[in-house]
Ligand binder design. Structure first.
Ligand code: MN
Length: 293
């Protein structure tokens, strides 16, 4: 097994607001080298780095909007998010929780800070990831998987070096909580100072990580990545190692690329321009169902 070399490290991005509740930095697809085809099946990654929202009686967030052709995955690290969709699913997640929404053929949904969190205000930190679906599943029925922190399998690292939460795919022999349509590994590593973890994925997978807090060394002393930096690996070699220089949290993603054309427009990600036009027509003629704002 060969070492997986680093392609490049992307520094923090300028934040912008999505609605009034998510102050995000976009890495996929707008950062250099992270376009949808290169990062497939990961087609969007927004990171809300720790940010303090003041108390409010009116929860902040994003109102009703459609999605078709992929999955939206929300990972909460601080604060709480509430979700409602036109397929009738809803849920609230707090720190360590994950919402995995398969939009597939289409849903309307809304995403807001959870009411009590909004009322008190506080630190908010989350990731929103879009995972593409292959053509065969783009028009499958929508579904929703919600996980609290304790629903997500944990792998403890030896010598109290920390632990890995297995959201999807697997880490060593531990299977993740979420079911996926293609090979997707989604892990959060919580490492103590000097804590070390090794990862192994097929060389052909697209593999990357985001340092959520702290700082790490990768592959021994090869490279160092700080808080809020995004690391893209080459599609060679299988394994890499990270070592925390201080208490650190790291999101690790690896997935088998979906080798199909991508046609993307706003909240719709399909294979062809005609399918995008169809999605827009279906949205405007009410085919995505109904959801109160
Ligand atoms: Mn959305």
């Amino acid at each position: 097994m060969a070492l997986k070399p680093i392609s490049h490290i992307i520094p923090p991005r300028n934040p912008h607001f999505v609605g009034d509740g998510f102050r995000v930095q976009n890495f996929i697809p707008s950062a250099y080298g992270l376009d949808m085809q290169r990062m497939s099946p990961f087609i969007m990654l927004d990171y809300n780095a720790p940010f303090h929202f003041p108390a409010t009686e009116t929860p902040r967030g994003v109102g009703v909007h459609p999605h078709r052709g992929f999955e939206t995955v929300t990972l909460a690290y601080q604060g709480a998010v509430a979700h409602h969709d036109s397929a009738g699913n809803s849920g609230v997640i707090g720190p360590g929780g994950v919402q995995w929404m398969t939009a597939a053929s289409g849903v309307l949904h809304k995403e807001y800070h959870e009411k009590e969190f909004a009322k008190q205000g506080g630190m908010f930190q989350m990731v929103q990831l879009w995972v593409n679906l292959p053509a065969a599943h783009k028009m499958s029925p929508p579904k929703y998987q919600g996980f609290n922190e304790q629903d997500i399998p944990t792998v403890s690292l030896e010598n109290e070096m920390g632990h890995i939460k297995v959201v999807a795919g697997h880490y060593q022999n531990t299977q993740g909580a979420a079911s996926t349509f293609t090979e997707v590994h989604l892990l959060t590593a919580y490492l103590n100072p000097e804590g070390k973890a090794t990862f192994s994925f097929p060389a052909s997978n697209n593999t990357c990580l985001l340092v959520l807090s702290g700082s790490i060394e990768i592959n021994g002393h090869e490279e160092r990545a700080l808080d809020n930096h995004f690391v893209l690996f080459e599609n060679q070699g299988e394994h890499f190692e990270i070592t925390a220089q201080e208490k650190s949290q790291v999101l690790i993603l690896s997935g088998a690329p979906i080798e199909e054309p991508i046609a993307a427009q706003g909240p719709f990600v399909m294979n062809t321009a005609e399918e995008i036009n169809q999605a827009i027509r279906d949205f405007h003629t009410g085919k995505f169902g109904k959801l109160e704002d």
